[in-house]
Design a protein around this ligand. Structure first.
Ligand SMILES: Cc1cc2nc3c(=O)[nH]c(=O)nc-3n(C[C@H](O)[C@H](O)[C@H](O)COP(=O)(O)O)c2cc1C
Length: 208
């Protein structure tokens, strides 16, 4: 595995990287649902590579409106207790099986990265643009994970919107979850799903 290039400030870079492999990956990219993920997950070095590539996104005025919280090893089951407790609180009539399912959510993949949207609300760069940057981080991570040979899925699910859970993760009031990026190996390869044809979304502007 070639080492990740880490250019220094001011180093010359290529304006383009013609790559059939990249086009193939992007044309065939497919999420693998979290339940279809298993071990092994990325190594520490690979995870760092995924995060570095995640952080290499267009970011107007270098706001860096995001941060990462990693869940791996025992922390996943530990966090499951938080999820189960929050779910029980939200759903008093919940059956034990449903609560157990919540407790096991983070056991679906060996590594889960919470991408936290952490906007600078007073910054000259609109929060909308900061939101777009953070979405791009998640997408870069999915692509990097796939390119390293791992399957991945970007999820939010109910707990991304539960303030009690967010506080347990360590989010401040002004922060939100952009996504939980589940990363692991696919139990089986996914199949194509319905896709939009980009041609149906196109119009050509003309000055009337
Ligand atoms: C912000 C965001 C949140 C998502 N949350 C969920 C979710 O909670 N549950 C889910 O089944 N899919 C969710 N998805 C969709 C999956 O990430 C994925 O796109 C879907 O499984 C289809 O696979 P594909 O990426 O191959 O099109 C979310 C996508 C985005 C962009």
């Amino acid at each position: 595995m070639p080492a990740t290039p880490k250019p220094e400030l001011g180093d010359p870079l290529k304006a383009a990287h013609p790559s059939d492999e990249t086009l193939k990956l992007l044309s065939l990219r497919r999420s693998t649902t979290a339940v279809m993920l298993t071990k092994p997950g990325p190594t520490d070095d690979q995870l760092e590579q995924i995060l570095q590539i995640g952080a290499r996104v267009p970011d107007h005025r270098r706001v860096c409106p995001y941060r990462f919280v990693i869940f791996e090893d025992e922390a996943r089951a530990e966090f499951g207790k938080t999820l189960a407790e929050a779910y029980r609180r939200e759903t008093p009539a919940a059956e034990e099986a449903a609560i157990a399912q919540e407790a096991g959510r983070f056991l679906r993949a060996p590594v889960i990265v919470a991408v936290v949207f952490s906007p600078q609300t007073e910054h000259r760069t609109p929060v909308w643009e900061q939101t777009l940057t953070t979405g791009a981080v998640c997408q870069n991570m999915l692509i990097a994970a796939n390119a390293l040979g791992y399957a991945a899925q970007w999820l939010t699910e109910w707990y991304a919107y539960n303030r009690r859970v967010l506080t347990q993760i360590g989010l401040d009031e002004h922060e939100q979850i952009a996504g939980f990026v589940y990363i692991g190996s696919a139990k089986e390869d996914p199949r194509e799903r319905q896709r939009v044809d980009a041609r149906s979304l196109v119009s050509h502007w003309q000055n009337n």
